[in-house]
Design a protein around this ligand. Structure first.
Ligand SMILES: Cc1cc2nc3c(=O)[nH]c(=O)nc-3n(C[C@H](O)[C@H](O)[C@H](O)COP(=O)(O)O)c2cc1C
Ligand code: SF4
Ligand code: SF4
Length: 318
């Protein structure tokens, strides 16, 4: 089969899993291409027998991944698989992602999630899932890649009863409450991001423009455009990539993290710890750092005070 794996990744977890899945599929003898979402044109898809879509969980699909699926031309029976990485709770992801793929005409062969470290500015550093995905996760992803191909070959051979139906919503009440809070106005745990033109190096720097998750930044335009509101960003599920990458701190939260962090911790910590402890008891989560070492008093922003707080992802090995 010719297989295309399309992925979005901001901090590299989904990229690592995508590469492992690709390696497993290649070991099964398939021709696999791995591509970052932004580099994929819809008319390329017709050249492939199966398409995989990988993404981090941002409550559900990040808005750019959702847009990619919803604006895609109909795929008339093409095989697909779906995977994600997450920092605790994938429960909203597949019940929304898989039906969206099916509505787009895909026959979805399988889906699977893995834990990934989480570097959200106001969340603990180290985070509960620090160390994931590790070598065990990557071996598992490789094996899953092989299994997806085997199942897809059988479906192609006529065994269509192997196709699972769409996953039923299976949301924990605690997460449901958090999601309702989020959707009911708590759009972005970081609050609004703003940009200070005085500190901006454009045109010498354009890293925020080149990497904006949603294409919301145009500093060549007059007036310059920054974020979902044109002069601020607050409606992107809490994406703060531009703030992490900006080398000067020109992009910053309208309400300082010192004020927002306690809110994030209050919303997050009890929920994350409860969900992860339960997953650990059920054998679904392997804790790689002891609970007492989680940085509940040292949010990511405080451990990375210098700008840029993160480096851009490299796509060299794809
Ligand atoms: C804006 C944002 C929202 C997130 N929302 C969730 C969430 O709702 N549930 C969850 O389990 N993890 C959430 N995470 C954690 C990421 O899903 C996790 O860190 C993921 O592995 C990141 O993948 P990446 O490294 O490929 O970007 C969120 C992370 C960010 C940056
Ligand atoms: S990343 Fe920062 S310095 Fe660079 S163009 Fe954007 S706002 Fe300006
Ligand atoms: S937070 Fe920054 S990178 Fe993310 S969508 Fe908004 S402007 Fe773009």
């Amino acid at each position: 089969m010719k297989i295309l794996i399309v992925y979005y990744s901001q901090t590299g977890n989904t990229q690592k899993i995508a590469r492992a899945i690709r390696d497993g599929m290649r070991e099964e003898g398939h021709a696999v291409t791995l591509k970052f979402l932004k580099k994929v044109a819809y008319d390329e898809l017709s050249a492939y027998d199966m398409v995989g879509l990988g993404s981090p969980v941002w409550y559900e699909m990040p808005p750019n991944v959702r847009r990619f699926v919803e604006e895609m031309p109909p795929q008339a029976g093409k095989l697909a698989f779906s995977f994600c990485t997450h920092g605790t709770m994938p429960d909203l992801y597949f019940p929304l992602a898989v039906p969206r793929l099916m509505n787009g005409g895909f026959r979805v062969v399988d889906w699977r999630d893995w834990y990934g470290d989480c570097t959200v500015q106001i969340f603990p550093d180290p985070y509960y899932t620090a160390g994931h995905p590790d070598a065990v996760d990557l071996e598992d992803a490789k094996e899953w890649g092989r299994e997806v191909c085997q199942r897809a070959e059988r479906v192609r051979g006529g065994e269509t009863d192997l196709l699972p139906g769409a996953p039923a919503p299976d949301m924990m009440p605690m997460h449901a409450n958090a999601a309702i809070d989020h959707l009911g106005g708590f759009h972005n745990v970081h609050g609004r991001l703003v940009r200070d033109p005085e500190k901006c190096l454009y045109p010498k720097c354009h890293i925020c423009m080149d990497n904006c998750t949603m294409g919301y930044i145009d500093l060549a335009a007059r007036p310059q455009r920054y974020g979902s509101r044109g002069d601020a960003c607050d409606d992107c599920h809490g994406c703060t990539y531009c703030e992490l990458l900006c080398p000067t701190g020109a992009i910053h939260p309208a309400v300082p993290y010192e004020e927002a962090a306690p809110v994030g911790q209050e919303h997050g910590s009890a929920l994350f710890e409860t969900v992860l402890s339960r997953a650990e008891e059920e054998g679904k989560f392997r804790r790689l750092i002891p609970a007492e070492e989680v940085g509940t008093k040292t949010p990511y922003y405080s451990r990375h005070p210098r700008h840029p707080r993160r480096k851009q992802l490299s796509f060299e090995d794809d």
